[in-house]
Design a protein. Structure first.
Lengths: 173, 626
C-alpha cells in the first residue's frame, strides 16, 4: 500500500517535471553575447554608492517613464568621453538615469562624479561584476534604455555619442 | 560526396542491426541461451557506426561543403587539427561520437563479461540497445550529420574560434566516454535488478565500469576548465555555469556510487541505494544532454537551438526514467533481507555519511541549475543563480565533510573498536587551526567560517599525507585519490582567498603599478596568420627584486566567422600564475588590460590528475586480479 502511494506521487512529480520542461522548451533562448533587446530585466539587489544602503531593482526602476542604465567605472577612459552626453540626457525630465559603477574603488568613483558632475539620480555599485553580468552587460561602458515595463528597448555598446543621444530622444518622443 | 553517402547509409544500417540485436536478445532471454549471432551482429554494428563516423571525419578533412554540417562548421582555411576536431565541435557530429562510444562500450562489455550470468548479460544488451536505438533515431530524425546541400557552396561558415583550441579538441570525446559509460552501468543495473543479481560478484564486476566512467569524467571536466581558464580570459576556472554544473552532477553521483558499491562488495549492504545511484547517474547525464542540447540554458556550450531536438530528448529521458522506476519497484523486493548488525564506528557507516554529504552537494547544484527554469515557466520570474548561492550553501557543510573524510576512510569494516592515534589526530587538528589563523592574520581579514574551512582542509591534507606514507594498508589507489582530493580543495581555497586582480585601460607607452610590481605597456605588433589577424601586446612586468618578465597577450581577429578572441599570456610557476589579458576597445587607442596574480593555480590541475591517477591504479589492479 505504501509503495503504491509512493509510485503515484512519483509519477505525479515526474509528469509535473515533464510539463515544466516541455513548456520551457517553447520559450528557448540562445546565448547572445551581443545586443539583447526587448528583454525583461531580471531582479537584482545592489548597494547605493553614496548611502551604502541595499537597494532592490524594483526600488530603482520606479516612478519614471524611461530609464537609462549606464555601466561605468572611473578607470574606464571611454566613460570619461561619454560623460557630457550623459549630462545632457540628465536634463530630460522623462528619463531617470541610473549609474552602475563596475568593479571600482568607491572613493575614486565619487571623485569622478564630483569632478565631472553627477548625471545619475541613483548610482549603484557592482564590486564583483555580477550585477552587470546578470544585466547582460557586454563590455564597459554600456548603456541600456529601459521602458516603464522594465523592458530593455535599446542597448548601446561602447561610449555614447551625440548620435546615440539623438536616437534616444527620438525613441522617447 | 562519396564519403557523405557512405556515412549516411552505414548509419541507417547501424540502426537496422540495433533493432535486430534487440529482438534477438529478447528471443535469447526466453530460450535462456545466448544466440551466437548477437556477437557478430554487435561487431557489425560497431563497424557501421565507425564507418559512419570516419566518413564524417573525412568530409571535414577534405572540406566537402556539400555536407550541411561541414558547411556550417568548417572552413577550408582551418588548420587540419581543427578540421578534425570540428567533427565533434558541433551538435550533429558530437551526437554521432556519442553513438560511437555507446556502441563501443556495449561491444567491450560483451567480450569482457563471459563469466557472468547468461540472462543478466542478455538483458544488459537489451537495455543498452534500447538506449542505442533511441540515439540512432535522434541522430537520424532530428540531427542528421549527413544532410546534403545542392548546389554545393564554395566555402564553409567556419568553426567558432573559441572552440579552436587543443584542449577543446579532446574535451568532448573524453567527457563523452564518461557520460556514456554511465549508460552501461544503468543497463547492467536494470538487468541485475530483474535477475536478482545485485550481489558481491555483481558489485565487483560493475566497479570496473564505474571506475572507467569516473576517470574519464574527472579528466574531461578538468580539461574543460583548463580551457575556460586559458581561453575565456576571465581568469577563473569554474563559473558555476549551468553547463558546468550539468557535468558536475553525474560526477558527484558517480563518486557516491563508487564508494557505495564498495559497501555492497564487502558487506552486501545498501543494495537499493546502489541501484538508485546507478539510475540517477545516467539520468543526470541524459538530463545534462537535454539541458545543453535543447537551448533551454544560456551558455557558451549551447549549440543547438531546435525545439524538436529538445522534445525528443525530453521524451526519451522520461521514457527511460519511467522504465527504470517500474523495474525498480516491481522487481526490487527486499523480502529476503538478511538482517545485519551495523555499528556506528565502521567503514560502511562512514561511507554512508559520505554519500549523504555528496547527495546534499548534488541537490544544491541540482536546484541551483533547474530552479530558475522552473520559476520562469511557473511564475515568469527571471532569476539567475550565481556563485554566491553555491558558496553559501556548500561551504558550511564542506567543513564537516572534510573533517569526516580525514577520519572515516581509516576505520575498519564492520566495527572499529579502537581508533588509532587519537592524540595524533587531535594534535593535527590544532596544527591546522593554527596554520589557518596564521594565513588569515597575514591577509588581515577574519571570517570564522573561512578560518574553519581552511583549517578543515589543512587537516584533511595533513592526514592524507600521513596515510600516503604509512605502511599499514596497501590500498595505494585510495590514498592517492584522497590525497589528490585534499590537495584540490586546499589549492582551490588558497587560490580563492589569495588571488588579486587589477583592471585598467591603457594605451601604448603607459604604465601602472600593482602591489610591488610595475607593469609597462611597451608596444603592439600586428601579424597576419593563416586564418586570423593577430595583435600582440608587449608588456613588461618588473617585480620588487627588479626581475623583468615579458608578457605577450594576444588578440585574434578571425574572419570566418568574424570573431575576436583574446589569448591570455600566463606565466605559471609552482607557487603562482601571473595572468595578463587585453581586450580591444572599439574605436579607441586604449586597451582594456586585466592583470591577475593567482596562487597555486597549477596545483588545481595536478591534484585533479592525482584523483584520476588513483582511479586508474584501482582499475589497473582490478583488471590484473581477474
Amino acid at each position: 500500500m505504501k509503495n503504491k502511494i509512493l509510485i503515484i506521487l512519483l509519477l505525479f512529480f515526474l509528469s509535473f517535471c515533464f510539463f515544466v520542461l516541455f513548456k520551457s522548451l517553447q520559450s528557448s533562448s540562445i546565448y547572445v553575447p551581443e545586443k539583447e533587446e526587448d528583454r525583461k530585466l531580471s531582479e537584482f539587489v545592489s548597494e547605493d554608492l553614496f548611502t551604502k544602503k541595499k537597494i532592490t531593482s524594483s526600488e530603482i526602476f520606479q516612478g519614471s517613464d524611461y530609464y537609462i542604465l549606464n555601466i561605468w567605472a572611473s578607470w574606464c577612459a571611454p566613460c570619461r568621453e561619454e560623460h557630457p552626453q550623459l549630462m545632457e540626457l540628465s536634463k530630460n525630465p522623462s528619463i531617470k538615469l541610473i549609474g552602475l559603477n563596475y568593479k571600482d574603488d568607491p572613493k575614486k568613483a565619487k571623485n569622478f562624479l564630483e569632478k565631472l558632475g553627477n548625471p545619475f539620480s541613483i548610482t549603484i555599485t557592482d564590486k564583483s561584476g555580477i550585477v552587470s553580468i546578470e544585466f547582460g552587460g557586454y563590455g564597459i561602458p554600456e548603456t541600456f534604455l529601459i521602458n516603464k515595463d522594465k523592458k530593455i528597448i535599446k542597448t548601446f555598446i561602447g561610449n555614447l555619442t551625440d548620435d546615440s543621444v539623438n536616437q534616444i530622444n527620438s525613441i522617447i518622443k | 560526396m562519396l564519403a557523405n553517402h557512405i556515412g549516411h547509409y552505414s548509419l541507417i544500417m547501424g540502426l537496422l542491426t540495433s533493432i535486430l540485436i534487440f529482438f534477438l536478445s529478447l528471443k535469447s532471454y526466453k530460450l535462456k541461451i545466448i544466440d551466437k549471432r548477437i556477437f557478430s551482429i554487435s561487431f557489425l554494428q560497431l563497424f557501421f557506426v565507425l564507418v559512419s563516423f570516419a566518413s564524417l571525419v573525412i568530409c571535414f578533412v577534405i572540406s566537402d561543403f556539400s555536407n550541411e554540417t561541414v558547411f556550417n562548421n568548417s572552413h577550408s582555411n582551418k588548420p587540419i587539427l581543427y578540421k578534425i576536431s570540428g567533427t565533434w565541435g558541433n551538435h550533429e557530429g558530437s551526437l554521432l561520437l556519442w553513438l560511437l562510444v555507446l556502441v563501443l562500450f556495449l561491444f567491450l562489455f560483451l567480450i569482457n563479461s563471459k563469466n557472468e550470468l547468461k540472462r543478466y548479460r542478455i538483458l544488459t544488451i537489451t537495455f543498452q540497445q534500447v538506449i542505442i536505438i533511441g540515439f540512432f533515431l535522434f541522430v537520424l530524425i532530428t540531427s542528421n550529420p549527413f544532410n546534403y546541400l545542392f548546389p554545393r557552396p564554395n566555402e564553409g561558415l567556419g568553426l567558432n574560434p573559441i572552440l579552436q583550441d587543443p584542449a577543446l579538441a579532446i574535451h568532448p570525446p573524453i567527457l563523452y566516454v564518461g557520460y556514456v559509460g554511465s549508460s552501461l552501468i544503468f543497463s547492467a543495473t536494470l538487468a541485475a535488478v530483474i535477475e536478482n543479481y545485485i550481489s558481491k560478484d555483481w558489485a565487483k564486476n560493475i566497479k570496473t565500469w564505474i571506475l572507467i566512467s569516473w576517470i574519464f569524467l574527472t579528466i574531461g571536466i578538468m580539461v574543460g576548465s583548463i580551457w575556460a581558464y586559458y581561453e575565456l580570459g576571465w581568469g577563473g576556472f569554474w563559473f558555476w555555469d549551468p553547463v558546468e554544473n550539468v557535468s558536475l552532477m553525474p560526477w558527484i553521483c558517480l563518486t557516491a556510487l563508487l564508494h557505495c558499491v564498495l559497501v555492497l562488495e564487502k558487506r552486501e549492504l545498501l543494495k537499493s541505494w546502489t541501484i538508485i545511484l546507478s539510475i540517477a547517474t545516467f539520468t543526470l547525464s541524459m538530463c545534462g544532454t537535454f539541458l545543453v542540447r535543447s537551448g533551454i540554458l544560456n551558455s557558451v556550450h549551447t549549440f543547438a537551438n531546435d525545439p524538436s531536438r529538445g522534445l525528443f530528448i525530453l521524451c526519451f529521458l522520461f521514457f527511460l526514467i519511467t522504465i527504470s522506476l517500474i523495474i525498480f519497484f516491481v522487481y526490487n523486493n527486499e523480502k529476503q533481507k538478511n538482517f545485519k548488525k551495523i555499528y556506528f564506528f565502521s567503514k560502511e557507516v562512514s561511507i554512508l555519511v559520505n554519500n549523504w554529504f555528496l547527495m546534499y552537494f548534488l541537490s544544491v547544484v541540482f536546484i541551483g541549475t533547474l530552479y530558475p527554469i522552473f520559476l520562469e515557466v511557473l511564475v515568469e520570474n527571471k532569476i539567475s543563480v550565481g556563485p554566491p548561492f553555491y558558496i553559501k550553501l556548500i561551504v558550511p557543510f564542506l567543513i564537516f565533510f572534510l573533517i569526516f573524510m580525514s577520519i572515516g576512510p581509516n576505520l575498519k569494516w564492520i566495527k572499529e573498536t579502537n581508533v588509532k592515534n587519537k592524540i595524533q589526530l587531535i594534535i593535527f587538528f590544532f596544527i591546522s587551526l593554527l596554520v589557518s589563523l596564521l594565513i588569515y592574520k597575514n591577509i588581515g581579514e577574519t571570517n570564522l567560517i573561512n578560518i574553519f574551512l581552511i583549517a578543515a582542509s589543512f587537516y584533511l591534507f595533513i592526514v592524507t599525507i600521513r596515510d600516503l606514507f604509512s605502511k599499514e594498508s596497501y590500498n595505494f589507489s585510495k590514498k592517492i585519490s584522497h590525497f589528490g582530493f585534499s590537495l584540490l580543495i586546499l589549492s582551490i581555497l588558497l587560490n580563492a582567498i589569495l588571488s588579486s586582480e587589477k583592471i585598467i585601460n591603457l594605451k601604448v607607452g603607459e604604465k601602472f603599478t600593482f602591489k610591488n610590481e610595475k607593469i609597462f605597456f611597451k608596444s603592439i605588433e600586428n601579424n597576419q596568420k593563416e586564418n586570423y589577424k593577430s595583435v600582440i601586446g608587449h608588456f613588461t612586468i618588473q617585480d620588487d627584486k627588479n626581475n623583468i618578465f615579458l608578457f605577450k597577450p594576444e588578440l585574434r581577429i578571425y574572419d570566418q566567422p568574424l570573431v575576436v578572441t583574446s589569448e591570455a599570456d600566463i606565466k605559471t610557476t609552482l607557487l603562482k600564475d601571473k595572468f595578463l589579458v587585453m581586450n580591444a576597445i572599439k574605436g579607441n587607442e586604449y586597451f582594456n588590460v586585466r592583470y591577475q596574480v593567482k596562487p597555486f593555480m597549477i596545483w588545481i590541475w595536478i591534484s585533479t590528475l592525482l584523483l584520476a591517477i588513483g582511479g586508474f591504479l584501482s582499475l589497473y589492479k582490478r583488471v590484473h586480479e581477474k
